[in-house]
Design a protein around this ligand. Structure first.
Ligand code: S2G
Ligand code: ZN
Length: 463
């Protein structure tokens, strides 16, 4: 519980109506989409300028109070959870376009801008912000940057990191840093921008971002294929990516499709039921691309990898097919799933898939597993569904040992224990499977440089 004196100090910085203390707000702003930890912040503040953010950080240093930066709170690793009496600094008011220059083909926005609003702004300017994922309607660009969000178009457009041209941040010491200033070319020593991208609020609070925008893609076509097995998905990926520039190559299991169609009322893509489904997207302005896709489809059927398929004939049908993939995460939320968000090199996927499939089938004989994700860039989402009868605590206790074995397998295949969702609280005990002891030590030393009193998001990424 904050003392009156501290509340008064916060009121003076952001205004009394921007200091939230009632339980409903503390619960709303104190968590992300994880369901493991109880929200317990001491207060929520909504600053309206980078100077106000700076004042809050300086006060936190003076009073040795921890801060949890908060954006859209759509995270899945506990990165925005305030469970130990921290002050939540919510960036919701930083939601404006600050500057747009068509010549630079970049836009500067507040960190609290909703991702979908940035995508819409780009479209209105005849441009395109290509990083896209299911939570884009609620997530904020500052949180996307802090976790280097990936999503469904990474094989074509890369991660959030690839679109950040500049950042204005307040670091843990309360310094305002302007990083790279939107420059395309700037070779003047260490590029701190890339330290803050993916730092999960542990080095600073992102207040403004200059984001590069792309030319909009030509009309695209979506192909959903019914695939016979895990290895066959990779055969299909190899066949199509050898001859086409794919914008997306996603996959999901029959159990994912069953849940999405039942929960959301979507139609199945075709009558045949198959163990897995691959969803491909490609630009199809030229007839030749469609002909090529059809030829490759027939080739994969002849090989026995693909058992059925459907090609979108319209934008609305393409969108309907995408919903089968994009709605999986929201659908599964009802089962409070334990999530593994893992990645290996695509070339190492066949061996890894065989071993991880064996491991989880052996380890979870009585749990329902749902596989889906961005297999085109080596990223798998394995969701273990919590049986209704099992308490969350007992369920997580059952999943942790298996996650350790998955971590060992990832170490063997030199993969990542956190492909795109970030580490937060959920993955920090597994970080050593993907990062060396020396790297972890160097990260802690870098944290000391930017957050000398360790007030920013303590306990996230590492202790
Ligand atoms: C996806 C969304 C988050 C989740 O659908 O690709 O990254 O629930 C996920 O796994
Ligand atoms: Zn994903």
């Amino acid at each position: 519980m904050l003392s009156e004196r501290i509340v008064e100090r916060l009121n003076q910085i952001v205004g009394a109506q921007r200091v939230l203390l009632d339980e409903a707000d503390l619960q709303r702003f104190g968590v992300d989409r994880t369901t493991i930890w109880q929200a317990n912040p001491c207060a929520v503040v909504l600053p309206g300028s980078i100077e106000e953010v700076q004042q809050v950080v300086l006060l936190a240093n003076e009073l040795n109070l921890a801060i949890v930066p908060s954006g859209g709170r759509t995270g899945l690793s506990g990165g925005a959870v305030a469970k130990d009496g921290e002050i939540v600094v919510a960036m919701d008011r930083f939601n404006e376009v600050i500057n747009f220059n068509p010549l630079d083909r970049s836009v500067t926005v507040g960190a609290g801008m909703i991702t979908a609003n940035l995508q819409e702004f780009a479209t209105e300017q005849g441009l395109f912000y290509p990083v896209d994922f299911a939570a884009a309607g609620s997530s904020q660009i500052g949180g996307n940057i802090a976790t280097n969000a990936g999503g469904i178009k990474v094989i074509r457009y890369g991660m959030t990191r690839d679109w950040v041209m500049g950042l204005k941040v307040v670091n843990g010491a309360g310094d305002i840093l302007e990083l790279n200033k939107g420059l395309v070319k700037n070779n003047t020593g260490y590029d701190f921008r890339h330290l803050f991208i993916g730092s999960e609020g542990t080095l600073g609070l992102i207040c403004e971002a200059t984001i590069e925008l792309a030319r909009p893609p030509a009309d695209s076509t979506v192909l959903v294929l019914g695939v016979d097995s895990f290895p066959a998905i990779l055969d299909v990926l190899r066949t199509f990516s050898a001859q086409m520039d794919l914008s997306a190559f996603e996959f999901f299991s029959q159990s994912a499709l069953d849940k999405v169609t039942a929960q959301m009322g979507h139609a199945v893509p075709f009558a045949t039921q198959t163990p897995f489904y691959a969803l491909l997207e490609f630009e199809s302005a030229a007839e030749a691309e469609l002909d090529k896709a059809m030829a490759l489809f027939e080739q994969t059927v002849e090989q026995g990898w693909v058992l059925d398929g459907v090609l979108s004939q319209s934008l609305s049908q393409a969108e309907a097919l995408w919903k089968l993939r994009e709605d999986i995460s929201e659908t599964l939320w009802h089962w409070q799933p334990y999530k593994n968000d893992i990645s290996v090199l695509v070339s190492r996927m066949p061996g890894f898939l065989r071993e991880v499939d064996e491991l989880v089938d052996k380890s979870y004989p009585d749990f329902e597993l749902v596989w889906y994700g961005h297999i085109g860039d080596g990223n798998l989402h394995l969701n273990i569904l919590k049986p209704k009868a099992l308490s969350n605590k007992d369920f997580v206790a059952r999943c942790v040992p298996v996650s350790k074995e998955i971590g060992q397998l990832l170490a063997k295949y030199e993969g990542s224990v956190s492909a795109e969702h970030g580490v937060g609280l959920l993955k920090k005990d597994y970080l050593h499977y993907s990062r060396s002891p020396l790297e972890l030590e160097l990260m802690k030393q870098i944290k000391k440089v930017f957050d000398p009193n360790a007030i920013l998001n303590p306990g996230k990424l590492f202790d």
